[in-house]
Design a protein around this ligand. Structure first.
Ligand code: NAD
Length: 354
């Protein structure tokens, strides 16, 4: 397994270091690992004047998967757009055609208190949002601001999905649901938007090959409401780029703990970029206080989705559950007044639990 580790900026190096220790521990149990590190984001700019240096792209191309930390920081805020750290991530997504974004939202029973919702609404929550990442109104042409026939200025964008784009994300949704609780909810606005009626039709066609998985369709306004009313009704939610952008942030906040949530962005070959959903947290960088669990759980997703190594993924996830049950907490997930551990100590605890 060739893994490119792109740690990035801020807390990125601290949290990826712990995830790499976990992968290496599995390596000692027979997993063959080749890890190559390269700078990205602000670190890429510092090293080579580019947030995605040519040499870093080569490292990523040689790999089977990317473990990504986080990019950005105040030091780079004044750079021109093309040199900004986030361009490193956006260019990687485009280069590898990472069309599917998977974001699990899991509420561990021990952390249900961190949610702004009532414990009984979220305790035990385990849902996955699958967001299409490379099409929709965010990329559709034409777009712009023009003067219309009445001489008034107007802005316009184009919502667009091809059949192939819908099919490939639908297939992934059903395949993923087969490894979970076999339920897919496809979210659209078919009552108003032609493109999303088409989305609904194509998802239903693909479903014909996955009769063992239950499919329901839901309008996006209702989905936004159901996510806070009764989120445990969902298993896999699949949706387009714009609705997914909004619903995935809503779902992640159900858990209340940004330092716990991993993500994956995949292409059609199963190549993926795995990263925590949080940013580079410059306010706590370099102080050994960041929570490394989102990145460690991203490493579990990497084993599952890029290497089909369900056993390895499970081992990591079980170890994380165990350290939480044992009471280990970094500051971001601790109850007030309780003892906390640092980034490295949390990594030590996960290794011990493995
Ligand atoms: P952020 O996610 O970095 O931080 C938000 C808050 O959450 C901060 O208080 C931070 O200390 C805390 N936090 C985040 N991760 C944590 C962790 N693992 N453990 C404990 N606490 C944690 O978001 P922000 O402050 O809006 O952005 C900071 C920088 O990160 C910006 O430069 C932004 O552009 C960048 N960013 C990068 C990514 C990415 O690399 N994918 C994503 C979002 C933001």
């Amino acid at each position: 397994m060739r893994i490119a580790v792109l740690a990035g900026d801020g807390i990125g190096p601290e949290i990826t270091a712990q995830a790499v220790r976990v992968l290496e521990a599995l390596g000692r149990d027979g997993l063959e690992l080749a890890i190559e590190r390269a700078p990205v984001g602000g670190a890429g700019y510092d090293a080579a004047g580019d947030p995605l240096p040519e040499a870093t792209l080569k490292v990523a191309e040689r790999a089977d998967a990317i473990l990504f930390g986080s990019v950005g920081g105040p030091k780079y805020d004044a750079l021109p757009r093309a040199k900004r750290p986030e361009q490193g991530l956006l260019r990687l997504r485009k280069h590898f055609d990472l069309f599917a974004n998977l974001r699990p939202a899991i509420v561990y029973p021990e952390l249900a208190h961190a949610s702004t919702l009532k414990d009984e609404v979220v305790a035990g929550l385990d849902l996955l949002i699958l967001r299409e990442l490379t099409s929709d109104i965010y990329f559709g042409q034409p777009r712009g601001v023009r003067v219309n026939e009445n001489g008034e200025r107007e802005g316009f964008d184009t919502m667009r999905y091809t059949e192939g784009e819908i099919r490939r994300i639908a297939v992934l949704a059903f395949e993923t649901a087969r490894r979970r609780r076999r339920r897919v909810c496809s979210v659209d606005k078919a009552n108003v938007l032609e493109t999303t009626q088409f989305w609904r039709d194509v998802v239903a066609e693909v479903h014909a090959e996955y009769r063992d998985v239950e499919l329901v369709h839901m309008y996006v306004d209702n989905a936004a409401m159901q996510l806070v009313r009764n989120p445990k009704q969902f298993d896999v939610i699949v949706t387009g780029n714009m609705f997914g952008d909004i619903l995935s942030d809503e779902a992640s906040m159900l858990t209340g703990s940004i330092g716990m949530l991993p993500s994956a962005s995949l292409n059609a070959r199963g190549f993926g970029l795995y990263e925590p959903i949080h940013g580079s947290a410059p306010d706590i960088a370099g102080r050994d206080v960041a929570n490394p669990l989102a990145t460690i759980l991203s490493a579990a997703m990497l084993l599952r989705h890029s290497f089909g190594n369900e056993a390895g993924a499970h081992r990591i996830e079980r170890a994380v559950r165990k350290v939480l049950a044992q009471g280990y907490r970094t500051a971001d997930i601790a109850e007030p007044g309780k003892r906390t551990v640092g980034t490295k100590e949390m990594g030590d605890a996960v290794l011990a639990a493995l």
